[in-house]
Design a protein around this ligand. Sequence first.
Ligand SMILES: Cc1ncc(COP(=O)(O)O)c(C=O)c1O
Length: 433
Amino acid sequence: MPERPDPMAVDPPTALAGDAALVERGGTLWCEGVALSDLADSVGTPCYVYSETLIRRRYAAFSAAFAAVPHRIFYSVKANHNVSILRLMHGLGAGADVVSAGELYRARRAGFAGREIVFGGVGKRSDELEAALEAGVLFVNVESEGELRLLAELAGARGVVAPVALRVNPGVEAGKHAFTQTGHYKTKFGVAWEEAERLYEFAAASRHLAPVAIDTHIGSQILSAEPYDRALERLGQLLNGISRRGIKLRYLDMGGGFGVPYEGEAEIDLAAVARSAGKLAVEFNLTCAVEPGRWLVAPAGVLLTRVLYMKRLGEQNYCVVDAGSNDFLRPSYYGARHPVEAVRRGEPAIEVDVVGPVCETGDFLGRACLLPATDAGDLLAVLFAGAYGAVMSSNYNSRPRAAEVLVSGDAHRVIRRRESLEDLLAAEVADDE
Ligand SMILES: Cc1ncc(COP(=O)(O)O)c(C=O)c1O
């Protein structure tokens, strides 16, 4: 049994990589005051482990960076939608950025009022727009003329006025991976910035639409303030045109996208982004809406997995673990590189590909990872797994989804139980029924 640290002494924790969720103590890894080996014994593996203290600390740091700007944080639910994480965010004072009826349902169940929610998404169905109107969201981020017209119709049928923003595609490239860029015309998002003024005029003229905000979101995993500056410059030009037409908005929604140092990169300068957004917000007397997801939760989570087999094929070492790409898709989907750490500490001794049990060559958690001497039964932790981890998991290969655990000090609770085999068939009509 590892020596149990004083949970207060690990706040702030001595992070393994950047502002990560784990601390090393007594030759093994802990999340706050809970040994990962104890968690693996009691909850099983694979499981996601989140540090509540770190989420709180990161929320406070994010707020501090925007403190000089009139702003409101709308946590981007897609990053980690577990209802316990949503409740935590709500308790911290966040609103919610949702992109589907499902996310809206989760946010409402977590306690967010309609006025604390912004509703986005490139392909909203009419029932989803209806749900947004029913909930009384703060505004709907509209992404096409067709959607704007449909929303006017639906609001008219209900006899209400829908508060809207147009999500503007500013024609800006940002972020490292093509799949996480959303702010230029080779991506499907938003309305063309050249069309935006005309659409604001249409909205202003409609009896059932109230243009209240302008919105953009240029991508994800952005580590520099510079692309935000370019997008905000474009929004500034549009805001000039919109206000010349006598349309008065209340919010500048600059989206999310703030990156984290998965590979030890320099941190994004949030204060610099806030200064640029603040300048524009003050000039047009707007409140800044920010939609961070990854930045708040990625470093606060790890994926805990157990080694099943070690094997060697020619010169190549493989470490086969019990978590696969169905549990954690980012490495195979985005080519993301996450640090993989041995829970029992030791000097690096082998270079291995850490792979899962899924029948796909693309099923890996880490390539060329340096690990200490490792055997079947040992535990590994994949760091920075708190965002776009559990939410992107699937039942591929009929693998039940992993459990999720929230740690606070020396206490922990299971916030999503491990799925059972029965869960796999719960939504299907089985032949024997
Ligand atoms: C509209 C919108 N807002 C916010 C986010 C959150 O992005 P991130 O987690 O990179 O902050 C996303 C993610 O893709 C998004 O599409």
